[in-house]
Design a protein around this ligand. Structure first.
Ligand code: CMC
Length: 425
């Protein structure tokens, strides 16, 4: 029997159906609430609001579980590649060998970007943040590549273009920002190796591809590949619901991800750790984070959903240790991060607020080790999140109940007022 909840309002009773997900999480279906009662719900930051049903990613914030299409992220990080995980998220199943080969060929065939796009980069001020550039470049892709007509084949083509070209655009932006020659993608390299080569090869020094670094990048991107209805994914779904093209919806997602409370936290963490190492002010930072009158937060700590360790953080930390050991690198930022984590985890404020390190806490140290500059960290997150955004957008357009996203509000402004001519004011 389906469950329902009883709402008593005034002298009337209303039954509202309860929806249950495949992992037994439950939601009250309020889609007829206003029609039946005249009421709406109010939920700042949507902390208690489900915006859709979805079969892509499962998270349990209390137990620290993350699964893509049912597969634990730990298994994917250990055994899969980013391209395979992208296929899984977008197509809903693991690819067979031939599927994966075809997918890789398509990614390779679409990896070049229109030469005219290079001119854009040259017009941006040198100090521009790469996330702002990436967001507008992705929007611009629509002008260079044919429109989507909702035919499955064309959707697949646009999806592949995005996955492949965004990676090229990101590497290009780095090269141009340094005043270096752009390195083109190579057909003989895998998705991750290709990116590294485009980033770091120069005409005078070929990039030596290290399988440990390639593995680290695969894991980094797998860990970021989807995270259900987070801020940027919701942005993609909301903007997409106005039936804009996929490029525009993804461009909105990139803009949302840029924020320091979301993807921009990976850059903010490294900046915070650098300041701690340089100024030896860890204790002051912790005190500031706990001070109600100070807006400062410990970056890389806390999560809207996880009230325990972020499972991605554990994998990231392990990979960080392995990578630094294999490359024989010591990083003072890693020592500072470990110390900060220990202090925070034993501090009443962080315990009471359920604040644990999140994925961004160690990810910047991994990226630094690979050689990625700090202002490109969030771009790396964006490349990783692309398959998730695409999968979520695809799911929404296939949903027979796909509706324009349009929340309501409770108005608190002045009551009806008279227009006062300027001379009477
Ligand atoms: N440092 C200090 N206090 C914190 C922190 C933090 N990092 N995060 C939350 N709090 C406190 C906050 O001050 C509030 O305290 P009180 O109840 O006493 O007023 C309480 O915890 C709840 O905070 P909230 O802002 O209502 O909680 P939220 O669920 O909206 O916050 C968050 C989630 C990620 C925005 C927040 O934890 C934060 O700002 N963290 C730092 C930024 C960060 O690391 N972001 C990356 C998130 S993981 C990557 C991703 O998926 O985007």
């Amino acid at each position: 029997m389906t469950e329902s909840v009883k709402l008593i309002y005034g002298d009337k009773e209303y039954q509202l159906p309860v929806i249950m997900g495949s992992e037994k999480e439950k939601a009250i279906d309020i889609s007829k609430l206003r029609q039946k009662t005249g009421l709406i719900t109010l939920d700042a930051g949507f902390a208690n609001t489900g915006s859709c049903t979805s079969s892509i990613t499962f998270m349990d914030g209390e137990k620290g579980i993350l699964r893509y299409r049912g597969i634990p992220v730990e298994q994917l990080a250990e055994k899969s590649t980013f391209a395979e995980t992208a296929y899984l998220l977008i197509h809903g199943r693991l690819p067979r060998r031939k599927d994966l080969t075809d997918f890789s060929v398509l990614l390779n065939d679409n990896s070049l970007v229109h030469e005219d796009m290079r001119a854009f980069y040259e017009s941006y001020p040198r100090s521009s943040h790469p996330m702002g550039i990436l967001s507008s470049m992705v929007n611009a892709l629509r002008s260079f590549y044919p429109e989507l007509h909702n035919l499955q084949e064309e959707i697949n083509m646009t999806v592949t273009r995005l996955l492949s070209k965004v990676r090229t655009l990101a590497a290009m932006s780095y090269k141009i920002s340094r005043g270096h020659k752009v390195v083109y993608p190579r057909p003989d390299l895998t998705y991750c190796a290709n990116f590294l080569n485009m980033m770091f090869a120069t005409p005078v020094r070929p990039y030596e591809i290290d399988p440990d670094v390639v593995k680290a990048l695969n894991v980094f991107w797998i860990l970021h590949a989807d995270h259900e209805q987070n801020c940027s994914t919701s942005a993609v779904r909301v903007v997409g619901s106005a039936r804009v093209n996929l490029y525009a919806a993804i461009s909105a997602g990139i803009a949302a991800l840029w924020g320091p409370l979301h993807g921009g936290a990976n850059q903010a963490v490294v900046e915070m750790l650098t300041e701690i190492v340089e100024n030896k002010n860890m204790k002051q930072m912790i005190e500031r984070a706990k001070d109600k009158n100070d807006s400062f937060r410990l970056m890389g700590f806390g999560h809207r959903v996880y009230k325990t360790y972020d499972p991605r953080m554990k994998i990231m930390k392990k990979m960080c240790d392995t990578l630094l050991e294999k490359l024989n690198i010591t990083d003072p930022l890693l020592d500072a991060a470990i110390e900060l984590e220990q202090i925070a985890l034993n501090d009443d404020y962080f315990i009471e607020h359920n604040l644990y390190p999140n994925v961004d806490f160690y990810s910047g140290i991994v990226l630094r080790t690979i050689g990625i500059p700090t202002n490109m960290f969030t771009v790396m997150f964006a490349i990783g999140r692309l398959p998730g955004w695409i999968a979520q957008w695809k799911e929404s357009i296939d949903d027979p109940n796909w509706k324009l996203s349009r929340p309501r509000q409770i108005y608190t402004g002045p009551k009806e007022n008279r227009y006062v001519p300027i001379e009477e004011r």
